[in-house]
Write a protein that binds this ligand. Structure first.
Ligand SMILES: [Zn+2]
Ligand SMILES: [Zn+2]
Length: 265
């Protein structure tokens, strides 16, 4: 397979459009539902009760997220280049590995991304890297769903790196990659929702508590040096980087009395 620039540009354009639409539709839907229509009704689940929404920073979140889509499109070209060199293990025939492998590889890329995100995120919090790579994402201390991809271009390259890495390591069907990207975006938007929609006592369950909540990432934006994980809580537990009041804050948010809150409001 030869590398052709017209095909590369097509991949770039299609990649940008796909990532851009996915972002606008998913972040936009969450924003309209929670930040517009249900804001008053769900106010008891608004995590940072002492702060109002940072609407001034939404433009910053959207601007950098759209810039990230350009970087993601460029990484699409890089994956296409890798494919022409025979470096990737992307496959398109379902029967080659079957359904079992399809699901297993989906779990595999999610677990790989969880570790990749935790460690690259922690590295970007190093004082030498933070200002140049990760500060852009931390401008909102009470982010909206639009912040999901608000990265400095350097950070966007790191974030996009998971797909080229995964296709080097193990066979992935194109649909596995697409399913992964939707799951990742969904969890990412959820982490920046501002409202805690996970049920009461979620963190009391011995299994469920290993899944992160919106409070978890919301506290990361407020306090910076804690709660680095994306999907799961094990890396933060193993490395002792959960905020000491994480569970306490989650329980406080999910146990608020809705009626009482509405009377005060
Ligand atoms: Zn961070
Ligand atoms: Zn964030």
């Amino acid at each position: 397979m030869e590398f052709e620039w017209n095909k590369a540009l097509l991949v770039f354009g299609f990649g940008m459009l796909f990532f851009g639409l996915r972002y606008v539709v998913m972040a936009g839907t969450a924003f309209l539902i929670f930040w517009k229509f249900l804001y008053n009704r769900l106010h008891h689940r608004w995590i940072q009760q002492d702060r109002v929404p940072e609407k001034k920073k939404i433009l910053h979140e959207i601007k950098y997220s759209l810039l990230t889509m350009v970087i993601f499109g460029m990484v699409g070209i890089w994956i296409y280049f890798m494919k022409t060199q025979g470096w990737t293990q992307i496959y398109t025939d379902f029967h080659e590995y079957g359904w079992g492998y399809f699901l297993l590889s989906l779990v595999g890329i999610i677990l790989l991304h969880d570790a990749y995100f935790y460690w690259t995120h922690r590295a970007m919090h190093h004082p030498k890297l933070f200002k140049h790579m990760h500060l852009t994402h931390h401008i909102p201390t009470n982010p909206s769903p639009w912040a999901a991809f608000a990265f400095h271009p350097y950070e966007a390259v790191v974030e996009a790196g998971i797909v080229p890495l995964a296709v080097l390591l193990f066979p992935l069907h194109t649909y596995t990659i697409v399913a992964f990207l939707f799951y990742m975006t969904f969890l990412n938007v959820l982490g920046h929702l501002g409202f805690e929609m996970f049920p009461k006592r979620f963190l009391d369950n011995v299994v469920l508590r290993y899944h992160n909540t919106t409070t978890h990432h919301n506290m990361h934006h407020r306090y910076f040096h804690c709660n680095y994980g994306l999907y799961f809580n094990w890396w933060d537990r193993w490395m002792g980087t959960n905020h000491v009041n994480y569970k306490e804050r989650f329980d406080e948010v999910t146990n608020r009395d809705k009626e009482k809150q509405m009377q005060i409001g």
